[in-house]
Design a protein around this ligand. Structure first.
Ligand code: FCB
Length: 445
């Protein structure tokens, strides 16, 4: 059965600065927390770093040609705060702004709509040295950086997001310590959540006072968390992880309160007027989604909530993430009921890592990735049929890239990158996605 997406549906691809750019010391860029973290021993598989990554900083014309060939209508990138403000605040680095300026012009010259995310996890190290996301001042500095970037690019870029997955940045970076800046704790994570929420609010205000004609939102991550058993402790752990992961940003930002059971603990951090700053009317509602999982009580976890690997026999990606497209449909329906109402909804990341193999004829027959995309896109069609106004889908990712603590071993791209030579090679999924982007209906299994 073949089914079409609605007219005007946006087909995009997403990337992030630290994962693709490389050139970390070039043209005045300052260090970010990921430069520091990835250079510490045993933090990233194989000791890999983003020093070179895909070398997109130099090879972007080639990557843009790939986007043209793919036929996408939109490209989501992130601007690197430490490229624009090497010290995190103060005077901008002209070469940093020029890089994005040129890139945006070139993207638009291809008829591709750029979407900019202002924060994809690369906090300037100079600000981490002042307490990072635990320091309320960082929220104001984020707003200054946002305003500065919009002043330069907002005449052309219409779609903006403050944060990519602030929940992941807070939980992985300031609770579990497995992402930069590598802090493990509970109060540290709660502080980071609150300061990032404030930064979102101040950022939206700053962007809107620069220009009133932009569309701005935040990019959440929804990952359904079921209890692993009926034991009360597991149920409590699942409710906690759901609040922490799925609700601690969209709840205050769209409803003006922290979710239970975190609300009481957050009270100590909330100052009068904070929710007036945090709750801002978004112009669209966006999120990333990859998988679902179950949760068990884990006394060693800062929030006593541990993630259980999928049951043996369940289909998984190379990340070990369960492939469960019905979870995306459920998330979309819930998002509309709980948060987005009639706002246009965008999926700004979805995709899968698989251990791709280059065949002797040079082709990469990545059937598992094609199947993943086909099934998840079918779930998007189901949600649209159920009345969710999904207006676009962005695949993660255009290129294989630096997958955070997993380094270059996990490949999410539609384009294969040989990290020794930096050669790009199209995978079969590139052609599959390109046909959809050009308007072909989805052949449902
Ligand atoms: C998301 C991140 C993105 C990428 C994918 C696989 O959580 O936003 O940078 O790492 O996961």
């Amino acid at each position: 059965m073949a089914e079409s997406f609605p007219d005007g549906f946006v087909w995009g691809a997403s990337t992030a600065a630290y994962q693709i750019e490389g050139a970390v010391k070039e043209d005045g860029r300052g260090p970010s927390i990921w430069d520091t973290f990835s250079h510490l021993p045993d933090k990233v598989s194989g000791g890999e770093t983003g020093d070179i990554a895909c070398d997109h900083y130099h090879r972007w014309p080639e990557d843009l040609a790939l986007m043209r060939e793919l036929g996408i209508g939109a490209y989501r990138l992130s601007t690197a705060w430490p490229r624009i403000l090497p010290e995190g605040r103060g005077r901008p680095n002209p070469k940093g702004l020029e890089f994005y300026d040129r890139l945006i012009d070139a993207v638009m010259a291809e008829g591709i709509e750029p979407w900019i995310c202002l924060y994809h996890w690369d906090l300037p190290q100079a600000l981490e040295d002042r307490g990072g996301w635990q320091n309320r001042d960082v929220a104001s500095w984020f707003a200054e950086y946002s305003a500065m970037t919009v002043r330069r690019l907002g005449d052309r870029v219409k779609y903006w997001a403050t944060f990519n997955e602030p929940n992941a940045a807070a939980v992985l970076g300031y609770a579990e310590g497995v992402h930069a800046p590598g802090i493990r704790g509970r109060t540290t994570a709660l502080a980071a959540i609150h300061v990032m929420n404030l930064a979102h609010g101040l950022g939206v205000e700053a962007v809107r006072s620069e220009r009133a004609d932009l569309r701005i939102g935040n990019i959440y991550n929804f990952h359904p968390r079921e209890p692993a058993s009926e034991h009360e402790q597991d149920e409590r752990a699942a409710v906690m992880l759901d609040a922490l992961w799925n609700r601690s940003f969209p709840d205050p930002q769209t409803r003006g309160s922290y979710p239970e059971p975190l609300a009481a603990e957050m009270e100590a951090l909330v100052q009068p007027g904070d929710f007036d700053i945090i709750k801002q009317r978004p112009d669209y509602f966006a999120f990333n989604h990859y998988t679902r999982s179950s949760t068990r009580h884990d006394p060693d976890h800062p929030f006593e909530a541990g993630t259980v690997p999928p049951a043996p026999g369940r289909p998984v990606t190379d990340m070990g993430w369960e492939i469960a497209p019905e979870a995306l449909r459920a998330v979309l329906v819930e998002v509309k009921e709980r948060y987005s109402g009639n706002l246009p909804v965008y999926i700004l990341e979805n995709g899968a890592a698989f251990p791709d193999r280059i065949d002797e004829d040079g082709r990469i027959r990545d059937e598992p990735r094609i199947a993943y995309l086909r099934d998840y896109l079918a779930a998007v069609l189901d949600a649209i049929a159920a009345g969710v106004p999904v207006r676009g889908y962005f695949v993660w990712s255009l290129l294989d890239n630096f997958e955070w603590r997993f380094g270059y071993g996990k490949r999410f791209g539609l384009v294969h990158v040989d990290f020794a030579t930096l050669e790009r090679r199209l995978k079969d999924s590139f052609h599959f996605y390109g046909e959809l982007a050009r308007g072909a209906p989805l052949e449902r299994e």
